[in-house]
Design a protein around this ligand. Structure first.
Ligand code: FES
Length: 584
């Protein structure tokens, strides 16, 4: 072995670690290391610093992302944790995606963020990585990318925003955003009050304060074992959140030393635990799409039939909006995920490994006994007797569809009605508020062409607004069906993710206004009451043209995006081999 500090040492256990890791290709490895060190020393680093385990910190702070507005404080704390544990923190930027600042929809960019994360984690020298994410698509994008990159990885959640107060009423994004907007559309509140509440709905930086997709993914990340214990719930602006960040930094050094790679954590047992938690928290329907995408990176398919079976034995225990009444900061005060996991213990795989190097069961024990609180219900007194999400099948959705039954109107869950069809989002915008729209409260609103390829990007347009004339007459909910998604903060009797989507010739494409549709959540059925031969005739006479693009990311997206049941990931990003289904 050479004594040169610039000679890569393949014989040593750490020969491909720290700053020596995956050298840039110049044809001369010694020179590559020499050059790398020269450049990093330009930033003032010493050899002593450069000899430590390197922890990358994916910085997703952005002026366009208020949900990550605390990123600078989190990064400081992660760095402190890394250095206290003897590592070298190296912050680097990746794409950041916010729900309200990404056109046409954040989902269109999730896979791009996943690719960015994967390739930057792989390309740059680091022994472990801390992923700072929070807003809806960021955590799934980071976990997808990191799963493919294969390094020791820890997720750090940015944390939820605080709630605000509007004329004496507690409000928070975004269930209350939708509620107040619906009241404005119905003429119940004027423009002045609407402007007032607009100032209060987002009371601080951080992610949406209800059980929307961000909170769902935070809970799922902890259930997967990808955060330090208690990492899901502390609000963004609290000392608890900063302490979690410091612990995350320190633990990142430990997993770098232990070579605790992400594949040891993201196991089938971990995914089953995450599915269980998704059901028990009344989580966002988006959670299932993201879980399918993350699992796909590990070569696993989410079994929707089994998810539905699990749902029948997993009650909703978490009393958070939109299924219940509380907000994320209340969940944190109630003990956070430890309280929920303790209650779910008989249904969990307790031997699943977490990023602490301990099992989920050990972490539940370490969290100690629970205390009196009213946010997480005991299994004997659930918010909803079954899991929040039910999976539907039928001739309208041969590949499945989803309904968030815990946020639906019980009176509409067994329903048959006349279809009122909108061909796409533009058609909806044009006609939904027209006084001449032929629609009645018992009708079924159908929106086509908002699936993965149709829109493209499967936007959250599945929360079809109640037609204005019906809203003004006091109608609060109707059965609505689409191949799109809806925000986890939304509520209503809304059938989503109809697969296959209409843009590629799924049966939804052939529904016509006036057709009868039957929804039976009890029977898990979504059926178009039109004879098969009539549907075949309609299919024959419809000239189907799949969406295409001439160049760029849109072309890549349209050529390779998969359907909802496969997570809307790009087909070439999935693991090449399928290892099986989860749950097993
Ligand atoms: Fe970022 Fe809701 S908009 S979490």
């Amino acid at each position: 072995m050479s004594d040169s500090p610039f000679e890569p040492d393949d014989s040593a256990a750490d020969g491909n670690a720290g700053m020596r890791k995956d050298l840039t290709s110049y044809g001369d490895r010694g020179f590559s290391l020499f050059l790398r060190k020269a450049f990093i020393k330009g930033a003032g680093f010493t050899d002593a610093a450069l000899d430590r385990p390197v922890v990358g910190i994916a910085n997703t702070g952005s002026a366009y992302n208020p949900c990550h507005g605390n990123a600078p404080q989190l990064i400081d704390a992660v760095k402190r944790g890394v250095m206290l544990a003897g590592g070298l923190p190296m912050e680097f930027p990746t794409i950041s995606v916010h729900e309200s600042f990404a056109a046409p929809t954040s989902m269109y960019l999730r896979n791009l963020m996943a690719m960015d994360t994967e390739e930057m984690v792989r390309a740059q020298p680091m022994d472990a990585v801390v992923l700072i994410g929070g807003c809806d698509k960021t955590v799934p994008a980071q976990l997808m990318g990191a799963a493919s990159a294969g390094l020791p990885t820890i997720q750090l959640i940015t944390g939820s925003m605080l709630t605000g107060s509007h004329r004496g009423e507690r409000v928070g994004a975004c269930t209350d955003c939708r509620r107040y907007w619906a009241r404005y559309r119905a003429g119940e509140i004027d423009a002045e009050e609407t402007a007032d509440v607009n100032n209060q709905l987002v009371a601080s930086v951080g992610t949406c304060s209800v059980m929307g997709t961000a909170s769902t993914m935070a809970c799922i990340a902890e259930a997967l074992g990808m955060t330090v214990p208690g990492g899901a719930s502390p609000p963004a602006v609290t000392a608890d959140r900063i302490r979690i960040a410091e612990q995350t930094g320190a633990q990142a050094v430990q997993i770098a030393r232990d070579r605790l790679t992400i594949d040891k954590v993201l196991t089938p047992a971990a995914f089953e635990n995450a599915m269980r938690v998704l059901l028990a928290i009344g989580g966002s329907t988006n959670g299932i799409v993201h879980l399918a995408a993350i699992a796909g990176r590990m070569g696993l398919d989410i079994d929707l039939l089994a998810l539905d079976r699990m749902g029948r034995e997993t009650p909703v225990l978490l009393d958070l909006k939109p299924s219940g009444q509380h907000y994320m900061e209340d969940f944190h005060a109630a003990g956070g995920m430890a309280t929920l996991l303790r209650e779910l213990k008989p249904l969990l795989h307790l031997d699943a490994l977490t990023v602490t190097g301990r099992t989920l069961g050990e972490e539940i024990e370490r969290a100690g006994p629970g205390f009196r609180q009213d946010v997480v219900r005991p299994a004997s007194q659930p918010i909803y007797p079954q899991g929040g999400i039910a999976v539907l099948w039928g001739n309208l959705a041969p590949g499945g569809a989803i309904i968030k039954q815990s946020a639906a109107d019980p009176a509409l869950m067994e329903h048959e009605g006349r279809a009122v069809v909108f061909e796409n989002a533009e058609d909806l915008a044009l006609r939904i508020d027209s006084d001449t729209l032929d629609v009645a409260p018992q009708d079924v609103l159908v929106l086509k062409n908002i699936g993965p390829k149709g829109a493209p990007g499967m936007p959250e347009a599945g929360y079809i607004p109640i037609p204005r004339k019906l809203a003004r007459a006091g109608v609060k909910d109707m059965v609505r069906i689409s191949d799109g998604r809806m925000s986890g903060t939304a509520f209503g009797t809304i059938v989503l993710h109809v697969t296959p989507e209409s843009a590629i010739g799924g049966p939804l494409a052939y529904v016509r206004s006036g057709d009868r549709i039957r929804l039976s959540v009890a029977n898990r059925e979504i059926s178009l009451l039109v004879a098969d031969d009539e549907l075949a005739r309609r299919a024959k006479e419809t000239a189907m043209v799949e969406p295409t693009a001439e160049r760029g990311y849109r072309k890549l997206f349209l050529q390779t995006v998969t359907q909802a049941d496969k997570g809307v990931d790009f087909d070439f990003l999935r693991a090449p081999d399928t290892m099986g289904k989860v749950p097993r």
